[in-house]
Design a protein around this ligand. Structure first.
Ligand SMILES: [Fe+2]
Length: 376
């Protein structure tokens, strides 16, 4: 008999715990074309101690959750961590049915299924604890999937679905950093019903004997919806020196390290971000000097642009005979905002041209660039 599924349809929203909404609001609206569509008001803010602002671009929703008074659960999050992802909401067809399956699978609910009016709709949500520290996962049922509201919110402006200057298509994946990934993989498999999609491990010992560091990464996915969660852990030798540990220190524990937007054209997306003063992680010149050789050696298919177009924008290329993948990484928020409490969270831009993997060579290049930046 087929195993029951949670009926995940995609990611409804990512919730960001922020000290002040304004820097993130500017970053997402100017840099990536998000629109502020709704905001919690009055009694909802008073009861939760939190003001939530819903930003939307296409079908991507990001909630900025800002502390208003001491009763806020966001305040607790921010006492333990810098700003970052405090909740991931998955869209499901039936929240009560999802709850039954979660209970059968020994998930840990953090409360009953909430049942709240939301515009002309009803919002049903069940939230569970996760092995990603203080990051909660919720399963949300909302009949109107185009709704621009969440409970307690009122519209903050009109939403123009056609406004998408950076060409964002959706969320490609989330990536978490942890000290050990087995609890996360077991949780993904046995609680969420995810299966293994991709994995990589590498160490820079081979090119930097005695000082190199490494990581292991495994991507789990929900095959029906395509939702993907990557988890990184440090790799020996020099486990403590791994860039994954540097991020764990900066986040004061495990959590979401980055999320990736799929884009239609990465050159357009990067140019839009750069024009809005978004700072991208600089890649070493050697990466681009070696790229033509790698394109040949790996038989990377379908890439015909000049390498200089990528080098000038810090865009990475990877792939194989099935296609290619282009990626760019924003500097983390502590550097975007020049404030340590803005945290190590960063945004990735991904353009997929046939390639379904995560760019093994790019992983190493990113890891090295981040290690260099952390030491700069
Ligand atoms: Fe990524």
């Amino acid at each position: 008999m087929a195993r029951a599924t949670l009926g995940i349809q995609g990611i409804h929203s990512l919730e960001l715990a922020v000290r002040q909404a304004e820097p993130w609001l500017n970053f997402l609206t100017r840099g990536f074309g998000f629109q502020l569509v709704a905001s919690s008001m009055g009694a909802a803010v008073e009861a939760s101690g939190t003001r939530r602002r819903l930003l939307r671009c296409g079908d991507i929703r990001i909630v900025l959750a800002e502390v208003i008074h001491g009763g806020s659960n966001i305040k607790s999050f921010l006492e333990r961590h810098p700003e970052g992802i405090s909740a991931v909401r998955f869209r499901v067809a039936d929240a009560k049915a999802a709850e039954s399956i979660l209970l059968e699978r020994n998930a840990t609910p953090m409360g009953a299924v909430c049942n709240e009016p939301c515009g002309d709709d009803t919002w049903r949500e069940i939230t569970i604890a996760t092995p990603l520290g203080d990051v909660d996962f919720s399963f949300v049922e909302q009949a109107d999937i185009q709704s621009i509201l969440m409970p307690g919110m009122e519209p903050a402006g009109s939403f123009d679905p056609a406004h998408n200057p950076a060409g964002l298509l959706g969320l490609d994946h989330l990536t978490a950093n942890v000290r050990t990934m087995m609890p996360v993989l077991a949780f993904c498999e046995h609680v969420l019903g995810f299966t293994r999609f991709w994995d990589v491990s590498f160490h820079t010992e081979d090119i930097r004997p005695g000082v190199g560091t490494g990581l292991k990464s495994v991507v789990m996915w929900d095959e029906a919806s395509g939702v993907k969660l990557a988890t990184n852990e440090p790799l020996r030798p020099r486990y403590d020196a791994s860039q994954v540990n540097a991020c764990l220190d900066a986040n004061r524990g495990p959590g979401v390290h980055h999320f990736a937007f799929n884009v239609t054209d990465i050159l357009t997306a990067v140019d839009a971000a750069l024009a809005a003063d978004v700072s991208l992680l600089p890649m070493p010149p050697a990466y681009y000097a070696d790229l033509p050789k790698r394109i040949d050696a790996q038989g990377i298919k379908g890439f015909s642009q000049p390498v200089e177009a990528l080098a000038g924008r810090n865009i990475l290329l990877d792939g194989d005979s099935t296609g290619h993948l282009l990626q760019a990484f924003c500097r983390d928020q502590s550097r975007q905002n020049e404030h340590e409490d803005a945290g190590p969270l960063l945004i990735e831009l991904t353009q997929r041209c046939g390639a379904k993997g995560f760019g093994e060579g790019n992983f190493r290049a990113l890891f090295e660039a981040m290690t260099k930046e952390a030491g700069a």
